[in-house]
Every structure is written in structure tokens, then in C-alpha cells.
Write a protein that binds this ligand. Structure first.
Ligand code: SAH
Length: 410
């Protein structure tokens, strides 16, 4: 399309002017350039799009995450103000399923002021989200520099705001959700050589002027000197500094104002090497060809995120999606839905969705769950005055603790 050409043209003229660009700059340009960016122009999700995600596959996914949110809010002592935050909400399916659980648990949440905060870079997707969450009850801000660029009221009557950046969300107790968000953030790529670490960059193919290729820069770059670990064992490493900074922001917020974060994505714990991939129409796509027409992604390195979160918060995981969803009671939830479901095709769909999410050959093992919690969350509360009994133990961290059928730790 003319758009993809504009993306390629922009990249080649930039490289001609200033030399090869980092993979991170390439990714940022291709995915989020305000005019030609893949995320800015596309609704890429679903069967007609380039990839499909768990919340689009099954309602159970968002429901279980909704229970996780409420359970962490309860474990924090039910604060009166509760901000539910999602990074990269896609079409808004996950947050809708979470909010349905909130509605079902309204007696538990009564007297609590719940608000919804969405961090979304794409105006196009924010519109889809707004439609799905609010119907027509939302407006775009007329001020181009406003931190809240869209606001509205959800179908269940909660205020919802849209932001470009995590920093712009108001301070206060917050539960953060990020599903398939971190894999879309720009990575740097490094290769070990005989003369030390060198950064992989994107250049114009010397043989074909309208094609791009990877090159190894001859000298160290700023990124290669600051982003690698001294004791790194791998030959090839991908680092996502923007993901690191985002995690730091979340951990600062959680430490200062209370709350928790749940990050789910495909990824590893610091062992994988070359994972940079393109997807178009559900098929692998060469990352350097027709930029802007395919999704670009890299596996999330959870060991890096944990390191960047620091000591301010307690980290859990990564554990596999299969394990997390099982601990959250997906088997029981499936049985309940099947019992209440009269027609065969919906039943088949429910079972197929369950299999996609949990089967190790599908998304069950490639996808991981990782959580950050406030330190106070795991302390035994001080014994109440006048009570001779010991204070109760803190609630187990849902999803990361195996629970028996009656809710006890097994
Ligand atoms: N969480 C959704 C969508 C995943 S796609 C789901 O699971 O279905 C990635 C989402 O992150 C999209 O909504 C995309 O527009 C958004 N996004 C990508 N890069 C972003 C950035 N730098 N800042 C904010 N949002 C971003």
C-alpha cells in the first residue's frame, strides 16, 4: 500500500542522511510513527487481522484476571479509591471482561470509587475501545496537549480516561494490567564478537537500494555499553529499555501509592536469544520487508523486567499461563459455563478456547505471567487491639499460589 511505501521511504531517507539506525528505532518508527505507524493505523486483532490474543479467544481469560484484580484490592485492605489501569488495551475486550466481573461483585466493591485508566498510543484503537466500553458516551479532548485525550463513562457507569503515557495517570492505589503490551515495545539487539559486544543495526541493502538489511556496527554504541550485563552468557541478546523504564514507573507507583501489576506476555526468563519476529495475516513475516504492514514483536525478557523493578516491590513469576489460569480456577469456571450453555456450537467454542489458552502446544506454555506487589502486601497485619488472637496471615497471591478446592494452600 502507499502507507507501507511511505514507511519504507521515510526509513531509507533517514538512513541515507544519518547512517544505520538501531533495531529499537526501526521498531518504534514502524509501529508507532504518528502518521504511518502500524499500531496507529490498524485494528490488527482478530481473525481478519494479523494476530489473535487470549482475551479475544475466550471471555474466561479476562474474567479470571478480573478476579485477580479484586483479590489484590481486598488483600490491600479494600482502599476506598481503586484505579484499574490497562496498558495497550487492544480492542478493549480484556477490560470489558474485567469490568463485567466488577459488576457481578458490586456488593463487594460497594462504597468504593472505581475508575478506569487506559494507556493507548493508537487513536484508531482508542476509538474501538471507547465504542466497546462506553457505546457513544465518550469525547475526544479538543486540547491537543491534554494528558487525557479521551474520556467517557462505561456502560456500568464508571469514569474511563485515555492517556498516551503511564506517567500521566493520576497517583493513587492502582491495579495495572498489561497483556501483550511489552512485546510490542522497541528492543535493541546485540551480538557477541571476538572484539566484544556489537549492536545490530538496520541499513540499506547495498545490492538493492529499496531494501533493508541488518548490519553489525564496527564500534561499540551507547546502547551496547550500557544495556548489557557484565556476566552475560548468551551470544545474542535483545534488551527493551522502554519496557524497563515502564516497569520502573509501575514499581515506583506501587511502592508509593499501593497496588499491584500483572504482566502477561510470551517470553522467557533471560535465556532466549533471537526472538524478533513479524506477523502478518497470522503468518510469520520478514521483519525488514514492507515495514508498517506487519506487526513486529520480541519475546519479553522477564529477568530484565524483574531487575528493573528493583527492591521497591515484590516480584512473582514468571509462571506459565497454563499454571496461572489453573491456579485461578479455569477448570471450574469452564465447567460452570458449559453447564449453563444450552447450544452445542457455543459449548464447542468454549472448549476450543480453553484448549487454546491452556494447552502447552498452543498458548499454555509460551505465555507467562509475572506480578509486582507492594511489600506491605505480604506482611502479617498487626494484631487488632483487644483481640487476643493472632492477626490473620495475608491472603495468598491469587494465580501464583496453588489452591486446593476449598481455597486452602495445597
Ligand atoms: N492487550 C490487547 C492488545 C495487544 S496489542 C490484547 O491482548 O488483545 C498491543 C496494544 O498496545 C495495542 O493496543 C497497541 O496499540 C498498544 N501499544 C503498542 N505500543 C504502545 C506504546 N508505546 N504505548 C501505548 N500503547 C501501545
Amino acid at each position: 500500500s502507499s502507507f507501507s511505501n511511505s514507511s519504507l521511504l521515510h526509513l531509507t531517507s533517514k538512513i541515507k542522511a544519518t547512517g544505520p539506525i538501531s533495531v529499537a528505532e526501526y521498531m518504534r518508527e514502524v509501529l508507532t510513527n504518528p502518521v504511518s505507524g502500524y499500531y496507529v493505523r490498524h485494528d490488527m486483532l482478530g481473525t481478519d487481522g494479523d494476530f489473535i490474543t487470549s482475551p479475544e479467544i475466550s471471555q474466561i481469560f479476562g474474567e479470571l484476571l478480573g478476579i485477580w484484580c479484586v483479590s489484590e484490592w481486598m488483600a490491600a485492605g479494600k482502599p476506598r479509591r481503586f484505579q484499574l489501569v490497562e496498558l495497550g488495551p487492544g480492542r478493549g475486550s480484556l477490560i470489558s471482561d474485567v469490568l463485567r466481573v466488577f459488576s457481578q461483585l458490586r456488593t463487594v466493591l460497594s462504597g468504593t470509587s472505581v475508575s478506569v485508566h487506559l494507556v493507548e498510543i493508537s487513536p484508531k484503537l482508542s476509538k474501538v475501545q471507547a465504542h466497546n466500553l462506553t457505546g457513544e458516551q465518550n469525547q475526544v479532548s479538543s486540547d491537543k496537549n491534554a494528558t487525557v485525550y479521551r474520556r467517557g463513562t462505561t456502560m456500568s457507569g464508571l469514569p474511563v480516561c485515555w492517556y498516551h503515557r503511564v506517567e500521566d495517570i493520576p497517583e493513587g492505589f492502582s491495579i495495572f494490567l498489561a497483556h501483550e503490551f511489552f512485546d510490542a515495545l522497541p528492543i535493541h539487539k546485540f551480538q557477541r564478537t571476538e572484539r566484544g559486544w556489537r549492536e545490530v543495526m538496520v541499513d540499506i541493502d547495498p545490492e538493492e537500494q529499496d531494501k533493508l538489511c541488518f548490519v553489525l556496527v564496527p564500534a561499540p554504541t551507547l546502547a551496547s555499553s550500557v544495556l548489557l550485563q557484565a556476566d552475560e552468557k548468551r551470544e545474542h541478546v535483545e534488551v527493551c529499555p522502554e519496557g524497563g523504564v515502564t516497569v520502573q514507573r509501575l514499581s515506583n507507583r506501587i511502592a508509593e501509592h499501593g497496588g499491584a501489576a500483572l504482566i502477561a506476555d510470551y517470553g522467557h526468563d533471560g535465556v532466549k536469544t533471537d526472538t524478533f519476529r513479524g506477523f502478518r495475516g497470522h503468518k510469520l513475516h520478514d521483519v525488514l520487508s514492507a515495514p508498517g504492514t506487519a506487526d513486529l514483536t520480541a519475546d519479553v525478557d522477564f529477568s530484565y523486567l524483574r531487575r528493573m523493578a528493583g527492591d521497591e516491590v515484590v516480584c512473582f513469576g514468571p509462571i506459565t499461563q497454563r499454571q496461572f489460569l489453573r491456579n485461578m480456577g479455569i477448570d471450574v469456571r469452564l465447567q460452570v459455563l458449559l453447564q449453563n450453555c444450552p447450544d452445542d456450537s457455543t459449548r464447542a467454542q468454549l472448549i476450543q478456547g480453553f484448549d487454546m489458552l491452556t494447552n502447552p502446544k498452543q498458548m499454555g506454555e509460551r505465555f507467562k505471567f509475572f506480578a509486582m506487589l507492594a511489600h506491605g502486601r505480604l506482611l502479617r497485619p498487626a494484631a487488632g487491639q483487644g483481640t487476643a488472637k493472632k492477626a490473620p496471615a495475608p491472603l495468598p497471591v491469587a494465580g501464583f499460589t496453588e489452591l486446593g478446592p476449598l481455597g486452602e494452600r495445597s
